[in-house]
Design a protein around this ligand. Structure first.
Ligand SMILES: *Cc1c(COP(=O)(O)O)cnc(C)c1O
Length: 360
């Protein structure tokens, strides 16, 4: 069995231990005689799986009791609509545009009310996080929306915006469980799990209870109303059972690794190896403002498209997969999520050094 070093932005690498455990339980989950894929979502066995998963993520993120944890479907993109549908009481919201995912959410919100772009880093190809310490947020805005880690451009908020008392809504798809977080600063935290937690098909939304109401926009589909999902403990209809089961295993893996403080230390160590190399390299360079660099997604270029292509091809041949940058930005991107081992990054840097020497 040959596993590659997988630098995919998502779906992405998962802990090998988790995959092995899932393989062992594939045919017979804990004496039930069936796979988790085959069992009723109303069964005792699955009830335990989802309850334990919720308890574990609550413990990891220190989620207060007045927040609900929902396991949903539809990808992070579905929440681009669900957020305004559930929260736009005044039909107005402030959006900070730091990349394509924030922009998509902003555009979707325009279908439901007035989405106001209060800051943007589009002027420099989203290579930084704008100053959000004194934004012009409309008095009647229902919420302020951010994409906390910009998967495509490789930036991350190191400080949350001053929302001037408005509810903060954050898409954390690509930084979920990568470091400790103060949940109380947010009204809504949500993300697709396929970047850092599990298989595609599950979205986790952590929502303060007072924001979960029947007062949603007219025409909001039953399934997109958070209250429907909250009242049914995420079992209004068949949830993505197998995905939730894998997420639960990843939560246990993170707990075993020492929780989110340990994850942060592990992620900082990995990112430092790569950024330190980029900062002194004569061939490769990072594309992001250093103070705003993501710990999860590291974009870089040689400055020569042909050379970029050659690098991606040779890296692939050497066992480093999915280093091609996003189709809209080109260059390279190494996504180094929780499950990427330190050796993966060390070996990548070794390979980059060799490539640099050969192509100087
Ligand atoms: C990948 C990603 C999305 C889109 O997720 P889907 O589950 O494919 O809808 C949204 N936001 C961010 C930050 C992402 O990284």
């Amino acid at each position: 069995m040959a596993r590659v070093y997988n630098f995919s932005a998502g779906p992405a690498v998962l802990p090998e231990e988790v995959l092995k455990e899932a393989a062992e339980e594939m045919l017979d989950y804990k004496g039930t005689g069936m796979s988790v894929m085959e069992m009723s979502h109303r069964s005792k066995a699955f009830d335990n799986i989802i309850k334990e998963a919720e308890a574990d993520i609550r413990e990891l993120m220190n989620i207060p009791d007045n927040y609900k944890v929902l396991f949903l479907q539809g990808g992070a993109s579905q929440q681009f609509a669900a957020v305004p549908m559930n929260l736009m009481k005044n039909k107005k919201a402030a959006y900070i545009i730091t990349g394509q995912w924030a922009k998509k959410a902003y555009q979707e919100a325009q279908k439901f009310g007035e989405a106001v772009a209060v800051a943007s880093s589009a002027d420099k190809t989203f290579s930084y996080i704008p100053d959000c310490s004194d934004l012009d947020i409309p008095e009647d805005a229902d919420y302020v929306y951010i994409c906390e880690n910009n998967t495509i451009y490789g930036t991350k908020y190191k400080e949350l915006p001053d929302t001037k008392g408005k509810t903060l809504v954050a898409d954390v798809s690509s930084c979920f469980l990568s470091e400790p977080v103060d949940v109380t600063k947010y009204g809504v935290i949500y993300g697709g799990v396929q970047k850092n937690i599990g298989p595609a098909g599950v979205v986790i939304a952590i929502i303060r209870e007072d924001l979960i109401t029947d007062d949603v926009l007219e025409g909001t589909p039953t399934m997109l109303k958070w209250k429907t999902q909250a009242d049914a403990d995420s079992l209004y209809n068949t949830p993505p059972c197998y995905g939730i089961y894998i997420c639960g295993k990843v939560f246990k893996w993170i707990k075993k690794m020492g929780g989110l403080e340990a994850m942060k230390a592990h992620n900082e160590k990995k990112a430092k190896i790569l950024y330190d190399f980029l900062d002194q390299s004569k061939l490769f360079k990072g594309t992001v403002e250093p103070k705003d660099r993501s710990l999860m997604n590291v974009p870089f270029v040689t400055g020569n498209e042909e050379l970029d292509k050659k690098f991606v091809a040779e890296a692939k041949a050497a066992g480093f997969e999915n280093l091609k940058g996003h189709r809209t930005v080109g260059g390279m991107r190494a996504s180094i999520y929780n499950a990427m081992p330190i050796e993966g990054v060390e070996k990548l840097v070794e390979f980059m050094k060799k490539f640099e020497a050969e192509n100087a």
